[in-house]
Design a protein around this ligand. Structure first.
Ligand code: NAD
Length: 384
């Protein structure tokens, strides 16, 4: 079948298998060229198929020479419908990592569920004995709780509504958007989905089953960003979940101190992923930040960020005063943020190409789904 992109707002409903393979190949090549350092050898990655989780899996495989088990929630192809990008990424990663002699096993299903935790624990027990690193990179719109009820996360403000510029992804027009206030229940639900509860459940389940090694490390990912995005991100409903995630890191490190567990938050850079494209205002901010960071020679994608985290920041234990890794260090440099602040009020539909890297935003967006790689023949029939 010839696969073409079908973009609807912030999502593409098709994915290209050969393009996804190319994306994984490039990320692996980046790490291979950089080489390995000493590090954990049995790594569980939860949310391992796209974005930061996939890049983490690749970075530990090729940066530490680690074996990995990955968990993600993706759809396989049915009839003429392609699989999701994460499904193709996982298939490509499994193939390439196995060719390079690495152990790889992947689970596709609901990471929030008890059943998934049990399956993964059984596999760790039989194949590895124990895991020495757990990366929690799940980004989900909803969560089904143990009692069967499903709660959803929202991207809204807390306290008062917030109006600012955004980019309409249907036509690249710069417009104003008013982000509404989340109700208390919506905030609580967002914390349930994107906070630290499930991360803690995973760590407890692994520890109780005796498959978490002494002195293991676990990481989850967060975002802070500049003041212009605070009402919608840091101080908004998602920010409340990220506060909970941070508090969970402190709690886990304290509670499992006798086993030497270290639970860290890594605050990562704003990048185009399936999750971030859905947040109002953020795609406009990303296109401005890409423009400045590329010009300054500071731009990184997911793989550069995660390779830097695992082979540099983590071995050096280079944390901020709150104990977090700061992979947003270059994004939040004054020299970068001052340039963005200087153009934020000026940017319009007419001049977005001058001030923002809107083409770079769209290139990353299409490439997330396996499109727009210059060395992939998109007119060819592919097996989906
Ligand atoms: P993403 O959408 O690319 O990845 C989400 C992953 O979670 C995928 O592997 C998906 O399959 C998996 N997943 C979703 N629901 C699941 C479920 N029920 N069970 C199992 N797996 C499930 O997102 P991302 O942007 O890479 O986000 C990962 C983390 O990084 C999040 O905590 C996010 O807040 C954080 N982060 C993202 C950015 C950014 O700009 N994208 C910046 C900083 C931090």
């Amino acid at each position: 079948m010839v696969v073409e992109p079908k973009v609807k707002g912030f999502i593409c409903t098709t994915a290209h298998p050969a393009g996804c393979e190319e994306s994984v190949r490039r990320q692996i090549a980046y790490c291979k060229e950089k080489g390995t350092v000493e590090g954990p050898k049995k790594v569980l990655v939860i949310g391992a198929s796209t974005g930061y989780g996939l890049a983490s899996r690749i970075a530990v495989t090729y940066g530490y020479g680690a074996d990995t088990i990955g968990v993600s929630f993706e759809k396989e192809a049915t009839g003429k419908r392609t699989a999701t990008a994460g499904w193709y990424n996982t298939a490509a990663f499994e193939k390439m990592a196995a060719q390079d002699g690495h152990y790889v096993k992947s689970f596709n299903g609901d990471g929030f569920s008890k059943e998934m935790k049990e399956q993964v624990i059984e596999t760790i027990r039989s194949d590895w004995g124990q895991t020495d690193m757990v990366v929690y990179s799940m980004a989900a719109p909803r969560r089904t709780l143990a009692d069967g009820t499903t709660v959803s996360s929202v991207l809204k403000t807390v306290g008062e509504a917030f109006t600012n510029k955004t980019i309409n992804l249907k036509n690249n027009e710069i417009t104003e958007v008013t982000v509404p206030v989340a109700t208390d229940e919506e905030v609580q639900n967002t914390v349930k989905v994107m906070g630290g509860e499930d991360w803690e459940d995973w760590i407890r389940a692994l520890a109780d089953a005796g498959v978490l090694a002494d002195n293991a490390v676990t990481l989850a990912y967060s975002y802070i960003g500049p003041v212009v995005t605070h009402p919608i991100y840091k101080d908004g409903s998602i920010g409340q979940a990220k506060k909970h995630l941070y508090n969970t890191s402190v709690k886990l490190t304290e509670e499992f101190a006798d086993r030497g567990l270290k639970a860290y938050i890594s605050v990562n850079k704003a990048l185009v992923t399936q999750s971030s494209a859905a947040i109002p205002i953020v795609p406009l901010y990303i296109s401005l930040v890409y423009q400045v960071m590329k010009k300054e020679g500071l731009h990184e994608g997911c793989i550069e960020q995660m390779y830097r985290l695992f082979t540099d920041k983590l071995p050096k234990k280079e944390v901020d005063e709150a104990g977090q890794f700061r992979l947003d260090d270059w994004e939040l440099k004054d020299s970068v943020q001052n340039q963005i602040a200087a153009v934020w009020d000026k940017v319009t539909t007419e001049n977005i190409k001058e001030y923002g890297d809107i083409d770079g935003f769209w290139e990353d967006f299409y490439q997330m789904f396996g499109f727009r790689y210059d060395n992939v023949d998109y007119s060819a029939d592919v097996e989906i």
